[in-house]
Design a binder for this molecule. Structure first.
Ligand SMILES: [Zn+2]
Length: 260
């Protein structure tokens, strides 16, 4: 048996446990013998993650459910395989669940023709569709479900005491999950989700990529200001709500203004 190295009481993160980068963050949340996994990553990481869980002495029969933070391929490609190995259920937001059950390769970023990205997206049945305000129980622990759209419309976060499993909402360097119209990003929703996180009294953010970090409102403000800028810039195309340069240009056209 491998000694467990929890980040917080009841929380192990498998990259941290293995002391090397396996893929996206995979949180194992446990109380007594019952446990759940938040995200699993790519299919080729499943064997290693499951073996690690075995060595950590978590009985497979006590896996309550496999949770998807959202339906991007790098978080959930391995769900079908892990579900089969662990003989458990899958839990996701209804929007993410539709993509997972269809194995939607476009919406999950498994297929990006322009970049030659062409990955499998094995469909998986989602038994538990959860939404804002629902509670997932693991032993005596309670994971409170937050719907935090922005990166994708099916993005969930989970609050447990002063910890927030914050998905792709914010990373330690102030970056956020990719903004892309094709998979349902909304910059306005993103800002609302970040405002909600900022206003909350959670102390720690446990993101779906990279290190865990302390909630820092100055960092969140900086990120919100950047995203607010994007709302009025051409950078993210149809995700913007306006482009002031076009208004200025209309005035200049009307004036017949020549280049200065
Ligand atoms: Zn991600």
């Amino acid at each position: 048996m491998l000694p467990r190295t929890p980040l917080f009481p009841h929380v192990i993160e498998l990259n941290h446990q293995a002391r090397r980068r396996i893929g996206c963050s995979v949180y194992l949340i446990y109380d007594e013998s019952e446990w759940t996994l938040l995200d699993i990553g790519y299919e080729d990481a499943v064997d290693e993650c499951v073996e690690l869980i075995r060595e950590l002495d978590f009985p497979f029969s006590k896996c309550k459910t496999l949770i998807a933070s959202h339906a991007d391929v790098d978080h959930i490609q391995g769900l079908a395989k892990a579900k089969q190995m662990l003989k458990t259920t899958v839990t996701a937001h209804p929007t993410a669940a539709d993509m997972l059950e269809k194995g939607d390769r476009l919406a999950t970023f498994a297929q990006i023709d322009a970049q030659g990205i062409d990955l499998d997206m094995p469909p998986v049945t989602v038994e538990n569709r959860v939404n804002d305000g629902d509670v997932i129980k693991v032993g005596k622990l309670e994971l409170e479900v937050w719907h935090t759209p922005g990166h994708t419309d099916g993005q969930l976060s989970f609050r447990m005491g002063d910890l927030l499993f914050s998905g792709d909402n914010l990373f330690r360097d102030g970056c956020v999950g990719a903004i892309d119209a094709h998979h349902g990003s909304s910059i306005a929703d993103f800002i609302k989700s970040l405002e909600r996180i900022k206003a909350s009294d959670v102390k720690w953010l446990l993101p779906s990529h990279g290190p865990v970090f302390k909630k820092d409102n100055a960092l969140i403000d900086k990120t919100i200001a950047r995203l607010d800028g994007y709302l009025h810039m051409a950078d993210f195309g149809t995700c913007a709500i306006d482009w002031p340069l076009m208004d200025a240009w209309e005035d200049e056209l009307l004036e017949g203004k020549l280049p200065a």
